[in-house]
Design a protein around this ligand. Structure first.
Ligand code: XMP
Length: 527
């Protein structure tokens, strides 16, 4: 952890004096646990499951959460934690696998349940106090496990049960050790928020003082100190992450910031204009706009293969960026909008878990090639925190809540060869999709909504004349993490308005389809 200073290797007090550590045993929910803790205004970090007690001590945590995980504690090679952490005097909460591990560490037994329990369950709570303070004696929870605690050691008391899981929660009789079989971090456990709050605020005695306002002020002060009189370059893309980085830097170093916007001709309607207006009128930055459209279209001429399109766009971006960056004399730093999930998933976090899941789409060779030192002020933040920070820094709601947009832009939504004319058609259709979704009040409840121009033409009839024109697909998805997604169940009236408007207003399109594919197996983008 450490942003924005790449060389800071200790557990940090920069963020907050109150910190909770989540030990990750391979749970799909580790990041969600951390987000839920941060929602209590308590800073939380994810660390590897086998972190030593000595390293834990350097973080000086108020509490430790042991995540769930796919393994069985009794299997050979099952991930373990340093057993010393149970006697550090720091409150520990074990969730699912974490509970089983705690149980085993104290001599209790864990058994396979023969059927995997997955879904809703009702727990009966013995005493609604302490961890379960403020809860009713019966409440719904979300279970996802194949093993469960069969017997607890004498030093533990059972706290709750379900019809199939006699020990659904437990606590140590003397030490501040708690555990539960179910998942308080998922929304399917409606009172899970209260349970985590009880742990973090009442048991770990955190005051909940971590505020993005303080984070912003601290980060701004640290950027100032680190940068001194040097110059920082920041690439702007129109997306929320790079805009928040630029806004932070602007507040820290004002005229020493130079922003570069590569207008690749693949942006959405009015996108370049709105970024230019925001960063020259509101934040009066030294903004360099690279008019790259011609060069990008030249690269893309005749190219239909999606990977090749992406490769060429990536190459051209680096070329444009490098050429412009070289013109900015005395630049020493390059600022990037790397977020906490990217840091965790790439295995780059100090004490963080190993890389397991994916490499970020945009991880490339840019900074290395240019020889700049990196500034990554969002390395500790989740996306929802970045949005809040953006608002805190005065960015407009419209920009802060903008749906994600891929680096290769409209090129991956303009199937087959990309041409200027096709991009114009797509831009108009896309703008209608987005404006109708906004008009229906659905923009915030959907994760991404856009148009795709298909490489097919079909027959239609307009007035008395036969038409033979392009087809547009509308893609609208809901997702938490963009790794899986469902298509949005839009009201028919909204779909009808989108379709009518595109066909009436976008010249060259006579057919609109709605994409009803989930991810997987389809991806969100079409190319
Ligand atoms: P897919 O299509 O893989 O997309 O389901 C998942 C999310 O990633 C976005 N995406 C990209 N973002 N550069 C980016 O910054 C890219 O090359 C890229 N490709 C896809 C996509 O819009 C969705 O949000």
């Amino acid at each position: 952890m450490t942003a924005p200073f790449a060389d800071n290797t200790s557990g940090s007090s920069r963020i907050s004096d109150e910190k909770i550590l989540v030990l990750d045993f391979g749970s799909q929910y580790a990041q969600l646990i951390a987000r839920r803790v941060r929602e209590q205004n308590v800073y939380c970090e994810i660390v590897r499951h086998d972190i030593t007690v000595e390293r834990i001590a350097t973080h000086n945590p108020r509490g430790i959460i042991l995540s769930g995980g796919p393994s069985s504690v009794y299997e050979e090679g099952a991930p373990q934690c340093d057993p010393g952490l149970f006697s550090m005097g720091i409150p520990v909460l074990g969730i699912c696998y974490g509970m089983q591990l705690m149980c085993q560490a104290f001599g209790g037994s864990v058994k396979n349940t023969s059927h995997r329990e997955y879904g809703h369950a009702k727990i009966k709570i013995g005493a609604t106090e302490d961890l379960f303070g403020g809860l009713p004696s019966e409440t719904d929870v979300w279970m996802s496990h194949g093993d469960q605690v069969a017997n607890v050691a004498d030093s533990f008391s059972p706290l709750a049960s379900t019809s199939t899981c006699p020990i659904a929660a437990m606590r140590h009789k003397e030490l501040p050790l708690y555990a539960m079989q179910f998942h308080p971090e998922v929304t399917h456990t409606p009172l899970g928020f209260q349970i985590l709050r009880n742990f973090v605020i009442a048991i770990c005695e955190c005051e909940g003082l971590w505020k993005l306002h303080d984070f912003a002020q601290q980060t701004i002060a640290e950027i100032r100190e680190r940068v001194g009189n040097d110059r920082v370059i920041c690439g702007l893309s129109g997306g929320v992450d790079s805009s928040v980085v630029a806004a932070l830097l602007y507040q820290a170093i004002g005229p020493q910031l130079s922003c570069i916007l590569v207008d690749n001709g693949l942006l959405r309607k009015q996108e370049a204009e709105s970024v230019i207006s925001e960063f020259t009128k509101h934040f009066k930055t030294d903004l360099h706009v690279v008019a790259g459209k011609e060069a990008f279209l030249e690269q893309l001429a005749g190219i239909e293969e999606p990977q090749e399109k992406r490769r060429r766009i990536g190459y051209q971006f680096v070329e444009c960026f490098k050429a412009e960056a070289r013109k900015i004399e005395d630049a020493k730093y390059l600022a990037q909008g790397t977020l906490y999930p990217d840091v965790i998933e790439s295995g780059a976090a100090i004490d963080g878990p190993a890389a397991t899941i994916k490499l970020h789409h945009n991880v490339g060779g840019l900074p290395k090639e240019l020889g700049f030192e990196l500034i990554e002020p969002l390395r500790d933040l989740f996306k929802d925190e970045v949005r809040k920070l953006g608002l805190e820094l005065g960015l407009p709601e419209d920009l802060v809540w903008r749906h994600p947009f891929p680096g290769p832009g409209l090129a991956v939504r303009c199937l087959g060869e990309v041409t200027d004319d096709k991009l114009d058609v797509l831009r108009e259709a896309d703008s209608i999709v987005v404006s109708e979704i906004k008009a229906a009040g659905l923009y915030r409840s959907t994760s991404q909504a856009f148009a795709v121009l298909l490489p097919v033409r079909s027959v239609g009839v307009m007035g008395d004349a036969r038409t033979y024109e392009d087809a547009v697909a509308v893609r609208c998805v809901n997702t938490d993490d963009f790794m899986t997604a469902t298509w949005s169940d839009l009201p028919y009236e909204v779909l009808a308005r989108i379709s009518t408007r595109i066909i009436n207003e976008v010249k060259g399109v006579n057919r609109v389809c709605y994409d009803i594919s989930t991810k997987p197996p389809a991806t969100i983008e079409w190319e």
